[in-house]
Design a protein around this ligand. Structure first.
Ligand code: PGA
Length: 252
């Protein structure tokens, strides 16, 4: 079944105290106001995962890492493995965020390895794809997104692909306050689902949750989440405020 999901990507923000406050507020609001059946995923920085997982114990609130190593273990100074994340309470991991692709030069080989590593350790990948502004202006947005899917995910077995959550995040909309219009979002999400169906079949494509990300907030989430192929959101800036984030969760 296709699930409604709202994930908060906190990026590199928040001390331990701030992370715990945000988590407690979100948990308490969800407990009293309900989530309308949406799954909630909180993605704090690595160092706060264990503490956030401990607090976010309400039903339907999961904890994600923002990244994981492509290697299993060993001499990789500064890296964090999928097994470690799983052992401290993470259930999901964001892979292929555009900031990882551009600032940390993560290419499709590395992203495929990260996806496999996550799946091998029972973490659900939230895999991000999306075009740059010049790709869209040049009319290449569909082909860029198709290539990102083909290169990192299309070699997976069907059963593994079926576990993945996709996030379409047009890079020009991330952190810019510029959201894709509902028409642009629906057109791309539908395109992605059709492309997935060609490789993995209609059942897997129909059941796949495709989140929209890029300046999604409590003012525009309702219009975006009402679209037939948009199954929720990956929220950056607006996920750092508990009231805004919970309002987004309640926007289905
Ligand atoms: P934003 O970030 O909501 O701040 O645009 C989204 C993301 O990067 O996942």
């Amino acid at each position: 079944m296709r699930r409604k999901i709202v994930a908060g990507n906190w990026k590199m923000n928040g001390t331990r105290e701030e992370a715990l406050k945000l988590t407690t507020e979100i948990r308490d609001m969800i407990t009293s106001e309900g989530s309308g059946g949406a799954e909630i995923i909180l993605a704090p920085p690595f160092v706060h995962i264990a503490a956030v997982a401990h607090i976010a114990c309400a039903d339907g609130i999961y904890v994600a890492a923002q990244n994981c190593s492509s290697e299993a273990k060993g001499a990789y100074t500064g890296e964090v493995s999928a097994a470690m994340l799983q052992s401290v309470g993470a259930t999901h991991v964001i892979i292929g965020h555009s900031e990882r692709r551009s600032f940390f030069k993560e290419d499709h080989h590395m992203l495929e390895r990260k996806v496999r590593m996550a799946l091998a350790h029972h973490l659900i990948p939230v895999f991000c794809i999306g075009e740059q502004l010049d790709d869209r202006e040049g009319g290449r947005h569909f082909s860029v997104v198709q290539k990102q899917l083909e290169e990192s995910l299309f070699m997976l077995e069907e059963a593994d692909f079926a576990k993945i959550i996709l996030a379409y995040e047009p890079v020009w909309a991330i952190g810019t306050g510029k959201t894709a219009s509902p028409e642009q979002a629906q057109e791309m999400h539908h395109h992605i689902r059709t492309f997935i169906a060609r490789r993995f079949g209609n059942v897997i494509a129909d059941n796949l949750s495709i989140l929209y990300g890029g300046s999604c907030n409590d003012g525009n989430a309702r219009d975006l989440f009402a679209l037939p192929d948009v199954d929720g959101g990956l929220i950056g800036g607006a996920s750092l405020n508990s009231r805004s984030f919970v309002n987004i969760v309640k926007s289905f």
